[in-house]
Design a protein around this ligand. Structure first.
Ligand code: HEC
Ligand code: HEC
Length: 195
């Protein structure tokens, strides 16, 4: 009974603090918890140590919170990825990051100085590599290396500005789009016809 009361108390406490601000804006942790319990727990376990899926407790796989959201939005739940997308993917990702103590580097996109080649690489690695791979050869999304999709550098900027990152294009606009475009053009041998 004592246990029950303390759980009850803890739940009230948690409800009060169920909104946290993450790099994705305001995420509803309570919604994330509900989704996790309904759609993820059978495979991943209540404690994140894995049942039918590999453990993700204290995962160090992600370079940014956007990476967690991309993985959930894109390929989780493993059997029906369309089931958890958009704000639901953001909510359950925020819940998982918090609850399962993912080790995500602290630098935010805004803090990256992308004025030199090294900075642009870091920006790409944090914002784009979860889908395209650090080498641009594709991971969850198709390769960028050797792309024949664009005529000019300006096309690349517009494409990234409007469409990338695929799950949330608003996260890399203007300067970010220009800098990642430059990195992509410099590094991945795009077949531009205006070169
Ligand atoms: C049918 C079983 C299944 C369900 C349901 C499922 N997953 Fe997964 N999950 C997997 C498998 C298998 C992997 C390993 C694949 C990989 O890492 O690419 C995985 C990997 C992950 C990872 C990466 C962990 C790491 O550290 O590498 C995360 C995070 C994750 N799942 C979150 C979720 C979330 C959130 C949900 C619910 C919306 C969910 N999963 C539902 C099977 C499942
Ligand atoms: C959530 C996964 C995801 C993330 C993150 C992501 N992309 Fe993409 N990217 C895609 C998908 C999917 C496509 C194919 C889109 C289509 O053709 O409609 C694509 C296509 C591209 C292409 C065109 C490749 C070709 O030749 O077809 C470029 C260039 C690109 N992305 C750059 C970027 C950059 C730069 C970033 C980071 C700012 C980024 N992407 C982040 C999923 C992603």
């Amino acid at each position: 009974m004592k246990y029950f009361i303390s759980v009850l108390f803890a739940s009230f406490f948690l409800i009060g603090f169920s909104f946290i601000v993450t790099s994705n804006g305001i995420c509803d942790i309570k919604n994330g918890k509900t989704i996790y319990e309904q759609s993820c727990m059978d495979c991943h376990g209540k404690d994140g140590k894995g049942v039918l899926a590999p453990p993700h407790l204290e995962s160090d796989r992600f370079k940014s919170q956007a990476g967690v959201v991309a993985l959930v939005d894109y390929i989780m739940p493993a059997t029906s990825p369309d089931f958890c997308t958009g704000t639901n993917a953001e909510d359950v990702s925020a819940y998982c990051t918090e609850e399962f103590k993912y080790k995500i580097p602290k630098e935010t996109i805004a803090a990256i100085d992308a004025t030199d080649a090294e900075g642009r690489k870091l920006l790409f690695d944090q914002t784009c590599s979860v889908c395209h791979g650090v080498d641009g050869k594709g991971d969850l999304a198709r390769p960028i290396v050797g792309s024949t999709l664009f005529k000019t550098g300006e096309d690349v900027v517009k494409f990234i500005d409007g469409l990338m990152p695929f799950h949330n294009p608003r996260k890399c606009k203007d300067e970010c789009a220009a800098n990642t475009a430059r990195y992509v053009i410099d590094s991945f041998d795009l077949k531009l016809s205006d070169r």
